[in-house]
Design a protein around this ligand. Structure first.
Ligand code: ATR
Length: 271
């Protein structure tokens, strides 16, 4: 049997075992996907041991994505650009290939959730400047977005991200959302605001053009306050659960040899 894992600290909250377990069952694959709680001080040794333990690979989650980047013997171009790895694939010769599929998951989620969305047509507005926002901004630029307008509570972090990712990123003050939304086609929340236990994202959506696609990386709750208000305004919305499901596809295919699909039944199984 082929075995893969999700490695994090903590890891008990991860939906990945249920997600991959559903796919394994669906495709009748003789395999397993297990959660491994690994302390930060043990992460490097644990990741390096994966080939010798016979693992096909692993997902790597918070706080180990940078360690996985450092440990990987080979990196995909998108992982190199992110400086973080969320998917490790053991190669036939035992080396570790590091990939980052977060941006892929974000884009695929938009494609499936809103097929009419024309990404290269208009600027995108992204809220946040942490690791999640970095993945979103990089993916949008790579997919041909003409301009990313970046807003973050701590503006210096947004400036640093813009500097890193090149000239098509424009930083707006945190309070200038209405101006940033002028002519935009997408609004994406990549902050932790709106997550269960966190304050809601208290941004002003007054005057939001009804054609703007609104998405949230937060998926607990599934319908965040932002998405509820956008929906009430008549905007198309795409929730964050799909990003989690789609980012998992490349790993599953590499480890178990079958390209899985994302559908409503899978969403229900994972929730
Ligand atoms: P991740 O890697 O998941 O992106 P992170 O690096 O901790 O996590 O980033 C969290 C994001 O949520 C940041 O953009 C953060 O803003 P700051 O850079 O100003 O910290 C944002 N965030 C968290 N709590 C916030 C709050 N109360 N108000 C505004 N933004 C907040």
């Amino acid at each position: 049997a082929r075995v893969a894992a999700v490695i994090g600290w903590p890891v008990s909250h991860s939906r990945s075992p249920r997600l991959h377990g559903t796919w394994l069952e669906r495709h009748g694959i003789d395999g397993a996907y297990v959660p491994l709680a690994v302390r930060p001080e043990d992460a490097e040794a644990a990741l390096r041991a994966l080939p010798r333990l016979g693992f096909a690979g692993a997902n790597v989650t918070v706080p180990h994505k940078e360690t996985a980047f450092a440990v990987a013997d080979i990196l995909t171009e998108r992982a190199r650009r992110m400086g973080a790895v969320n998917t490790l694939v053991v190669q036939p010769d035992g080396r570790l290939l590091g990939d980052n599929t977060d941006g892929f998951g974000f884009l695929e989620n938009l494609r499936q959730g809103c097929p009419a969305f024309d990404l290269p047509a208009r600027p995108a507005v992204v809220l946040g400047a942490g690791g999640a926002a970095r993945g979103v901004v990089a993916a949008l630029l790579e997919a041909g977005c003409p301009e990313v307008r970046l807003l973050n509570r701590t503006e210096a972090r947004a400036q640093a991200l813009a500097q890193d990712l090149g000239g098509l990123v424009r930083v707006f003050p945190w309070t200038a959302l209405p101006q940033a939304l002028e002519g935009a086609g997408l609004l994406a929340n990549a902050t932790s605001l709106g997550m269960q236990g966190q304050p809601p994202l208290a941004v002003d959506l007054a005057g939001l053009d009804r054609s703007v696609l609104v998405t949230d990386l937060v998926y607990v709750p599934l319908e965040t306050d932002l998405l509820a208000r956008a929906r009430a305004n008549g905007n198309p919305v795409v929730d964050g659960l799909g990003m989690l499901l789609h980012q998992a596809r490349p790993g599953f295919e590499a480890w178990f040899g079958v390209a899985p699909t994302v559908d409503e039944a899978l969403r229900r199984a994972v929730l």
